[in-house]
Ligand binder design. Structure first.
Ligand code: MLT
Length: 408
């Protein structure tokens, strides 16, 4: 008899964004004359930077000739891309990350979800923010690291609460944990962590022989020069942190797929007898076994963002979305809601003080605007919604007018 992985039965019936997509699709089918504006899932709308298109086309042209054709590439990514990342994303910020510590992949969602496979499933103490990108929690539930879901909380997880009281930056737990997920700039709240807050996390991880999984997929949106872009800007992080980065929100690659994960060679994790093992070697083993690399033209396109023209185009694109974010935050503020985020992140976290799915339905039905209900990100997300800045200026302005009318 074929049996299932029963851990899956502990999950909510469907993934948050699939759930929202279903509701929106039902609405549009029932109301074909009322076009909706999507400010829900953080999916980019602006075309890829022209440097990326040119590099992708040149890479594709190479595939047309026997002399330049590429078959399987290195699973970890081509050297030209890994070296560009090491130089421009790390050395330029004073971080010591070597090119061979970078694993190029087809997305941070996959990497954040897959990384847990190389750690123990029994007895590992998890610390996960609330609210949070649902992938961190769900993949650990699937792997059997949690107990049942009781009143919206899985047993066996230390929830790092982000609330209005702590400015949506969670405090360090008062007990030891082993595998800690952090995301800054944060999805969904848009909050950022200061250098001293990150230094405290690194100190905590070092003290507890723990590991930080640092998701910085939105670092390109940081405009405050005092805010670190990488966990490796913090002394001592090379021994306790893995970092996830993505070209999706940085340069519009959500459909094109390219991201990377940094696993320093100095990072160790332990077996049951306390013997240290290289996390880099474990991840390399997993990555080369289960992944065959990102396509060559896409890696060429990604590398183009590190040219002078590429940096300028990326900065213009992220600034465009941040200008949308400023409009959203100001309009929602004028309607009387407390808002955070949007200044160093493409998300605005809005304290509605009402049931978040109810507010979602209200915006969908009365304004034909899609947001993301905070409760979908965790218990602490209740009473909030997330509005994404990823859309055209015209659509954002129209959405804000409709929301103002609907809430009047
Ligand atoms: C989000 O809306 O939270 C993101 O688009 C999800 C993702 O990047 O997978």
């Amino acid at each position: 008899m074929i049996r299932i992985n029963e851990n899956y039965t502990k999950l909510k019936a469907s993934y948050l964004f699939s759930d929202i997509a279903k509701r929106v699709s039902a609405y549009t089918q029932a109301n074909p004359s009322k076009p909706v504006i999507r400010l829900g899932i953080g999916d980019v709308t602006e075309p890829l930077p022209s440097v990326c298109i040119e590099a992708m086309q040149a890479g594709t042209a190479e595939m047309a000739s026997r002399t330049t054709f590429k078959g399987y590439g290195p699973e970890q990514g081509y050297a030209f891309l890994r070296e560009a990342i090491a130089q421009h994303d790390y050395a330029a910020r004073g971080c010591r990350i070597d090119a061979d510590e970078i694993f190029v992949s087809d997305g941070s969602k996959c990497d954040c979800g897959n990384i847990q496979e190389i750690f123990a499933t029994d007895g590992l103490k998890l610390a996960i923010p609330d609210p949070v990108y649902p992938v961190y929690v769900d993949t650990n539930v699937m792997a059997g690291r949690t107990g049942a879901n009781i009143n919206g909380r899985y047993e066996g997880v230390t929830y790092l609460e982000s609330t209005p009281a702590n400015g949506y930056v969670p405090s360090i737990p008062d007990h030891a944990t082993d595998l800690i997920y952090l995301c800054f700039p944060n999805n969904p709240t848009g909050a950022v962590a200061t250098r001293s807050q990150l230094a405290a996390w690194v100190a905590y991880a070092r003290e507890n022989k723990a590991l930080l999984l640092f998701d910085s997929a939105y670092e390109a949106y940081i405009r405050n020069p005092a805010i670190p872009h990488s966990i490796y800007e913090i002394e001592g992080a090379r021994e306790v942190a893995i970092e996830f980065r993505s070209f999706s929100k940085t340069a519009g690659f959500t459909g094109t797929r390219c991201a990377y994960t940094v696993v320093p060679k100095s990072l160790m994790a332990f077996d049951r007898s306390g013997q240290a093992h290289s996390v880099h070697a474990l991840w390399n083993r997993r990555h080369t076994t289960k992944f065959n690399g990102v396509s060559y033209p896409v890696q060429r396109a990604a590398a183009a963002i590190f040219t002078d023209a590429g940096k300028k185009q990326v900065s213009e694109m992220t600034s465009f979305y941040l200008a949308n974010a400023a409009l959203i935050r100001s309009a929602m503020g004028k309607l009387g809601f407390g808002c955070v985020g949007g200044d160093n992140a493409p998300y605005i976290w809005i304290n509605t003080g009402r049931d978040s799915w109810e507010f979602f339905d209200l915006l969908l039905n009365q304004a034909q605007v899609v947001c993301t209900p905070g409760a979908g990100f965790g218990k602490c997300g209740e009473g909030h919604v997330r509005i994404s800045a990823f859309n055209s200026r015209e659509n954002v302005e129209r959405a804000l007018e409709r929301i103002a009318q609907a809430l009047r």
